[in-house]
Structures are given as structure tokens and as C-alpha cells.
Design a protein around this ligand. Structure first.
Ligand code: NAD
Length: 367
């Protein structure tokens, strides 16, 4: 996306514009942000800098970084430490640099700052409050908590019920169609995980003509998938029937190599979840492969069958496509802006621990 389309983005995100305009004076706030570096974030970054906040920005996922977004955020006044596909070591150095920068507030997607602080026993920066946007990040916080309040805005009806449920499926399949020149007709599609992301992936795959199956480890959600009319079971049981497999769990190796070995010839593997290792990719390195298309790598399995990996297992909608539509992301970004307004204000006085972002904070974004 170019700067011209960044202007287009700003013009089509009126809720974000309203939430940014309502932000308080942020002089003295040092906000460390770890997030997807997508051009759609720019109106918020510009707004925060315009309110006097000092910003340290890094990525929550090196594969989703857009270098032109890094440049645009730097031009807006943020200190940005990230580049496309930065190796893990450089990424972790950026997280450490952000903590050494002595932030007063954190805005995270995946809890990388908080997790490093707690797991490495670092000296505590003067953090007063934080925001967490992802289910993966909230799960990582379970068991160990820092001495400041963290506001979870993933589990809001206006985040998981809209962005996770409605946009990830639409944009993942849109990326698949555009980058493979294929559709889901006459294909068995397996959706792994039936949280709000998986539900959207499954419903949209069905709407796009796929024959959809679901794999879940949570028995209640497995039943929900059956009540929604999907063939549902475990990954090893249903994966051999699939022509397309998409993961959306936030968990590690949900499609293990032992399952990949037995996939149908021509099966596609996509990931829509936060973690790049939802599909066990490392054993693929020893296989014969060909870059069949810019977004598709084809591997020849020991069985003689071929499988097609989409954008190397990175987040399909963000790396293979442009992510959410501007109008839908407007709601997400407006809630994020309202959440930042809260953590630099009344939210600082909340008890340590994880809190759901209060309705009174995010509700005005709905108007
Ligand atoms: N691509 C995007 O733009 C985008 C947007 C929002 C969220 N996400 C990510 O998508 C993932 C899912 O989000 P969600 O809100 O649906 O989370 P969720 O926690 O509500 O649902 C995840 C589901 O996966 C299931 N699961 C876990 N391990 C499994 C396994 N081994 N096999 C089968 N099922 C398994 C869980 O039981 C759960 O029901 C997260 O990583 C989240 O960060 C991606």
C-alpha cells in the first residue's frame, strides 16, 4: 500500500478519526507498541504522535511487516525497530530495546514485551498500564502476571465478534483466490480451531462453495461445529479427506508433520492464526520443493504426493493479502484508540491483573 492509499485509508476510517480526535494530551506518555505493521495502522500512529506521545514501535510478527509502513511510521515521528522477515534474534532484540527505552505504557498483540519482562526477570520499566489485542497474548499471560493492569480487548463483542468472526475468513479466502487463481468449489476444506476465527473461516468457506469440515480439541466447540452442520472430528481423523486445510488456533503444531505425511495429493496448507508454527514446518525443509507461484511453495512428500504451502505458513490474510477492509478495520482501530485513551487515563488506577476493556470505553466507537 502506498502513501496515496494511506490517505484513502484515513478518509475511509471515520470512527478511527473520531476516536483519535478524542484522545487526551499524551505529553509524557512513552508508549511501546508491538503490532502488525500494516498501513491501516498509520492514522492511529499519526494521531498518537500528534497528541504528544513518544512512540516505540516493533512488530508482533516479522512476516507481516511492510517496510513501507515502517518508513511511514518513522516519518510520523515514531521510533520503529522492525523490518520484513527480521530473524527471531533481531526481533527479540527489538523487544528488549523497547523495554530498555523505559515505556510508561504497553500496547501489544501477542504479549511479547510482557512475556520477556516476566520470563527474563528484567528490571521493571515504569509501566503504568497495558493493552492486549490477541487471544494468543491473553493465553500467554495465564499463570504469571506483571504488577500493572492489562486490558484485554480481544474478547470484546466488537473485536472477536466482528474482526475475528467476520473479517479473517473473508480476507483469508480472498487472498487464497487471488494468489492461487483457484476457488473452493468441489474442495473439502478443513478448518482447524472453532473459535471466532475458525467459525468465520468455516462459514465463509461454505459460502464460497467449499465442503467444510472442522477439527477442534475443545469438546463444546466440536459440538457447536456439528450443530452448525459441519463434519467435525480430530485433525488426524479428518485431515486425510481435505483438499485445503486452514489453521486458526493460536496453538503450536496443530497440524503435525505426522499428519502432513498422509495428506491427499495437491492439498493446500494455510494458516490464519497468530503463530507461524501452527503447521509443523521444519521437517518440510528436507523435502524436494518448488516455488510454484509467488505465494505457493509445493513440496514432494515421501509418499509421492505433493502439498502446497501458502505464504510459508505465515498469516494468510495479512501476508498473502491486504487484511481487513478499511471500513471493517475502522471499528477495530477505533476500539484500539479508545483503549489507549483508557490506559493513559483512568485505566492506570485499576488493580494489577487482566481486565476486559470496559464497555463504557469501547461503546462510543460503535456509533
Ligand atoms: N489472521 C488474522 O487477521 C487474525 C485476526 C484475529 C485473530 N487471529 C488469531 O487467530 C487465532 C484464533 O483466534 P480466536 O479468536 O478464534 O481464538 P480462540 O482461542 O477463541 O479459538 C481457538 C480455538 O482453537 C482450538 N484449538 C487449540 N488447539 C487446537 C488443536 N490442536 N486442534 C484443534 N483445535 C485447537 C481451541 O480449542 C479454540 O477453540 C489466534 O492466534 C488469534 O491471535 C488472527
Amino acid at each position: 500500500m502506498t502513501e496515496i492509499t494511506a490517505n484513502w485509508a484515513a478518509a475511509h476510517m471515520p470512527r478511527t478519526a473520531r476516536a483519535v480526535a478524542a484522545l487526551p494530551d499524551m505529553t509524557g506518555v512513552r508508549l511501546a507498541m508491538s503490532m502488525h505493521l500494516d498501513m491501516k495502522m498509520l492514522p492511529l500512529v499519526k494521531g498518537l504522535a500528534g497528541r504528544g506521545a513518544e512512540l516505540f514501535v516493533t512488530t508482533c510478527n516479522p512476516a507481516t511487516v511492510r517496510n513501507e509502513v515502517v518508513d511511514a511510521m518513522r516519518a510520523a515521528g515514531a521510533r520503529v525497530d522492525a523490518y520484513k522477515n527480521m530473524p527471531e534474534d533481531d526481533w527479540m532484540t527489538a523487544i528488549r530495546t523497547g523495554l530498555d527505552w523505559q515505556p510508561t505504557h504497553l500496547c501489544e498483540m501477542g504479549s511479547d514485551f510482557t512475556h520477556m519482562l516476566l520470563s527474563e526477570g528484567m528490571d521493571m520499566p515504569p509501566i503504568r498500564a497495558g493493552l492486549e489485542a490477541t487471544g494468543s497474548g491473553i493465553n500467554r499471560l495465564k499463570g504469571a502476571l506483571p504488577p500493572w493492569p492489562i486490558f484485554n480487548w480481544d474478547d470484546l463483542p466488537v473485536k472477536e465478534g466482528l474482526h475475528n468472526r467476520h473479517m479473517v475468513g473473508l480476507t483469508t479466502w480472498n487472498a487464497f483466490f487471488t494468489r492461487t487463481l483457484l476457488s473452493l468449489h468441489e474442495k473439502n476444506v478443513l478448518v482447524v480451531g472453532y473459535g471466532s476465527v475458525g467459525q468465520g473461516l468455516a462459514a465463509s468457506a461454505r459460502a464460497f462453495g467449499g465442503t467444510v469440515m472442522v477439527a477442534e480439541v475443545d469438546p463444546a466447540r466440536l459440538l457447536q461445529a456439528r450443530y452448525d452442520g459441519f463434519l467435525a472430528g480430530s485433525v488426524p481423523d479428518v485431515a486425510p479427506l481435505a483438499d485445503v486445510i486452514v489453521t486458526g488456533t493460536g496453538a503450536h503444531h496443530v497440524v503435525p508433520y505426522s499428519v502432513i505425511e498422509d495428506l491427499k495429493d495437491g492439498c493446500f496448507l494455510l494458516n490464519a492464526g497468530h503463530r507461524i508454527d501452527e503447521i509443523e514446518l521444519s521437517p518440510l525443509a528436507g523435502l524436494e520443493k518448488v516455488d510454484a507461484l509467488p505465494a505457493v511453495t509445493t513440496y514432494r512428500l515421501v509418499s509421492g504426493n505433493s502439498i502446497h504451502l501458502f505464504v510459508n505458513g505465515a498469516m494468510a490474510n495479512l501476508v498473502g493479502g491486504e487484511g481487513d477492509s478499511l471500513n471493517a478495520f475502522d471499528m477495530t482501530l477505533a476500539v484500539m484508540a479508545e483503549g489507549i485513551g483508557h490506559i493513559v487515563g483512568a485505566g492506570e488506577d485499576a488493580a494489577s491483573g487482566v481486565h476486559l476493556l470496559p464497555r463504557s470505553v469501547w461503546e462510543r466507537a460503535c456509533a
